[in-house]
Design a protein around this ligand. Sequence first.
Ligand SMILES: [Zn+2]
Length: 611
Amino acid sequence: MVPPWEDDPLVVQAVSLPVETRVYLASLIIAALASLMTWELGMHDLVITNGTVVDGTGASARRGDVAISDGLITEVGDLSGQQAQRTIDADGHIVSPGFVDVHTHMDAQIAWDPLGECSCFHGVTTAVMGNCGFTLAPVNSDARELVVRNLERAEDISADAMAAGIDWSWETFPEYLDFVDATPKGINYAGYVGHSALRTWAMGERAFEEAANDDDVSKMAAQVQASMRAGAIGFTTSVSGNHETSDDRPVASRFASRDEINALVQSMADLGPGGIFELAQHPDMRSPDPAKRENYARWLIDLAVSTGVPLTYGMLAFGTEDHKWKPVVELLDRITAEGGTAWGQAHSRHFGAILSFQTQLPFDALPVWKELRAQPLEEQRRALADPSMRQQLIDIADTAEYGRAIGTEARKPEWQYVFPVTSGLPPYETIAELASARRLSPMAVFLDIAVESDLNMFFMQAAANHDQDRVLEFLRHPQAIPTFSDSGAHVSQIMDSSLQTHMLGHWVRNEQAFTIEQAVHRMTQVPASAWGFNDRGVVAAGMAADINVFDLETVTPDMPELVYDLPGGARRLRQTASGFKATLVNGHVLLDEGAPTGARPGQLLRGRLAN
Ligand SMILES: [Zn+2]
C-alpha cells in the first residue's frame, strides 16, 4: 500500500523521521507561521506609547511611541493603531535609553545577586566592573585568598560572602567572562581585567612584596591580551594610597613600577584600538609639590598619547585648595590637547561614608566607644541615656586621636561636612548648622539625632566633593561622565548606586543645571560609545532595547536602608528609587513600577577586541 503523498519528496522525508523529530519540526513550523502572522498584523512584542522620548543623542525631547521586538528597538515615532503583545502607557513620562555606569565593582556580587542591585533601581542597564585593578580573575585555584586579600578591605566586600557565595569555576580571565556570560543576570555587564589579580596570579606572595621581573611582566601581558581577545573591556590598576589590604599593606598593583604599567597598557594597544585603561590615581596627582604633580601627570599624558589607549579615572575634589581638585581637570584637558583620549568619572554629589549606629561610626576604635560599640544596640541605647556616660562619650569623641582612615572608611568628623540623611535628595542641614541653631555642641546634636531616631538615622560624612559648585563644574566638563557608583563595593560603607537618580532629581529637576536631554546624553550615548557599546545608549531603530520610563517630576532616590542578605548573612546598604514606571533590558521588563519581574535579560557585553 503506497500512501498518496509518497510523490512529495518533503513529506516522505518527514515521515521517515522519528516521532520526536516530527513533533519538533511541526512546532517550528507553527512558530514560524505565528511570527509571520504577527509580522503581517504589525504585532510588536512591546510598544511604549505616548511617552516623551529623550533619545540619548542630546536631541530635543519629542512625543512618540517606541516599538520593541526580539530585544531590539524596531520603530520610533507615531505608532498609533499598531498592535503589540504588551503596551506600556508612558503618558507624562520620559522614555530614555538605559543608563551606563562605567565604574562599578560587581565582579563578586554577580555570583549571588542575579538582579543587579542597587544599580538596577536607578535606571542602570549596563554596568562596567573590574575597576581599580580588582577582579576575581585570573586566579590560581590554590591561592584564591590572595585575590580576596586585594578586594576585601580596599572595596569592603566581605571575605565570608565571597567564600560562601562564589563557586570559583574559573582560573583565567576568559574563563571568568564565560562564567559571567552563563550566569543569569538582570542587567548587562562588561568587565575589565585587573592588575592586582594579574599580579597575584603571576607572582603569588611576591606580588605584595616586590617589582615584577621580565618573566612576570611577559606572563601578565600575555594574559591581558588573552583577556582582551576573550572580550575584556580594558585593563585597570590602582596606584592609590586608599587601596590597602586588611593587614594594612598596599594592594598588589601598588608594588608595580610605571614601566610595568606601561608594558601592560602597551600589550593591550598592540592588539589595535578598542581597549580602555582605568586607573585609581596616586597621591602625587594632588600633591602640594608642583614638581611631583608634573612628573606624575607627564607620565599619564605620555602613556595615553603614545599608546592611543583612552585613560579614564575618578574625578573627585579632595578639598578646596587648587591642587586638590584642579589637576583632575587639567589632566583631561592636557591629554585631549596632545591628541589622546581621556574620560573623567564625575560623581554627582558628596562622596563619602554613610555613618550610623547600625553600621560604622568615626568613634568605633576610640577608648570607651570601642567597648560600647561591641554591645548589642539595646545596651548602646541604655548607655546613651545615662548622662554621665553620654558626657564621657562626647568628651572622648571631641578630644581623642583618630586613627588613619582610608577610602570610604569613617574618619574624624568635620561637622560642617556631616549631615543626617533626612531625605533622598538635598537640601540637607549639616551637624554644624544644627548645632548652632540648637545652641549645642556638634557631638551632642549628633547623639541627640541618633537617639531620637532610635539609632536608625544614617549620616553622610563627606570625604571628597565637599563643594557642590565644584561637583557641577566636573559634571559639565566635556570629557566627564556621571558615574563612579562603586556599586558592588563598600557595601556597608557607602551607597552611591543612586548617583544617576541624584543627577535627575537634583541637578536636572531641582537645580535646573542640566536639561533632561543633556543629562540623559551624558549617562547614555556618551559612555556607551566611548566604551564601545555601539548598539546601546540611543533610542533608535536597530538599537538594543535598554530603556527607562520615568517621571521627571518625581524621580528620586529613596532613603537608604540596611539589610542582612549577603551570603553568610553579612550586612549591606540598599537603596531603591521612586518615579520609575519601567526599566527594560534587551527588550524585557526588568522592573515594573519599581518591582522586579523575575526576568533575567542581562547579557555579557564583550569588548571591541573580542574575536
Ligand atoms: Zn573603584
